[in-house]
Write a protein that binds this ligand. Structure first.
Ligand SMILES: Nc1ncnc2c1ncn2[C@@H]1O[C@H](COP(=O)(O)OP(=O)(O)OP(=O)(O)O)[C@@H](O)[C@H]1O
Ligand SMILES: [Mg+2]
Length: 269
């Protein structure tokens, strides 16, 4: 069911946190797979020069002839770069190492913050019949991430249950607030999802308690536990939902998708 308050077209969600290794890519891939299981059609847009989302879904470097780099430099439209994955209903706009120089090349363009926004609103996108677009951001608040947040309706923030987890969050929230005052007034926070939790570990539990105390309703009830099957899945080019469907990680991402679809209102910060 689509959200009647949202404009026509897919709901675009930026998966962002400038801290590295917190579970952005893992969340993009597995939340996408879980949404597909719920009957939705999903496009992952990989704008990380590391290209982990593309690799994790089995898109070898040889197949990445046209990528989000071409999209951001206005050298190819979205429909020319989108590839199918082995999962029916899950598409990907692949990333490439070239993206590491894209932000410098984009700076001279006066539309530099709107390049992804415009690319994702080309009429040709309608033909894909998408319900969701998940943008996998790099671990930085650079122009690539700004493009994602300007293109998006909302930001989904994976937060790793570790010491210092909350420290970077204020900078991220500040960026979101600034973008609301400028390029994207309607930008919302989809939610903060705790990743790699271990409820037997006091520190992990403390981070969860603190996050819920500071961020309240912004934090998804669903948490993603640390689960080795989740980390193994990308080397088999599969979401954990297919690699080990009954694993704790797979079940958690299914629960996250259901919580998100359960129309918990996306809140402002
Ligand atoms: N729930 C989990 N259980 C176990 N390992 C996990 C889990 N989530 C992520 N990982 C592992 O943690 C590492 C970092 O995850 P991931 O690549 O998703 O983070 P990221 O935020 O995208 O990183 P980067 O900032 O480099 O893009 C990966 O090796 C991944 O397999
Ligand atoms: Mg990543």
């Amino acid at each position: 069911m689509s959200d009647p308050t949202r404009p026509k077209g897919p709901k675009i969600i930026a998966v962002a946190n400038q801290k590295g290794g917190v579970g952005k890519t893992t969340t993009a891939i597995n939340l996408a797979a879980a949404l597909v299981e719920e009957g939705r059609k999903v496009l992952i847009v990989d704008i990380d020069p590391q290209g982990n989302a593309s690799t994790g879904l089995g898109i070898e470097a040889e197949r990445r002839t046209r990528t989000t780099y071409d999209l951001l430099l206005e050298e190819a439209p979205l429909n020319e770069i989108v590839l199918e994955t082995s999962i029916d209903g899950l598409l990907i706009a692949p990333g490439t190492t070239d993206l590491s120089s894209a932000d410098i090349e984009m700076v001279s363009n006066e539309k530099r913050s709107f390049l992804l926004h415009d690319a994702l609103r080309q009429p040709a996108i309608d033909a894909f019949g998408l319900d969701f677009v998940l943008i996998d951001c790099p671990p930085s608040l650079n122009l690539l991430t700004v493009n994602a947040m300007v293109a998006a309706h909302s930001v989904l923030v994976p937060l790793q249950s570790e010491f210092f987890a909350l420290e970077g969050l204020s900078q991220l929230m500040l960026t979101i607030r600034e973008l609301r005052q400028t390029a994207n007034p309607a930008l919302r926070i989809e939610g903060v999802v705790l990743t790699m939790t271990d409820r037997r570990n006091n520190l992990s539990q403390q981070v969860e308690n603190d996050a819920r105390a500071y961020l309240g309703e912004l934090v998804f009830q669903t948490v993603i536990p640390r689960n080795v099957r989740v980390s193994e899945a990308p080397s088999y080019a599969m979401p954990v939902l297919d690699y080990d469907p009954m694993s704790k990680g797979a079940q958690a991402y299914r629960a996250l998708a259901r919580e998100m679809l359960g129309s918990k209102p996306a809140m402002t910060a």
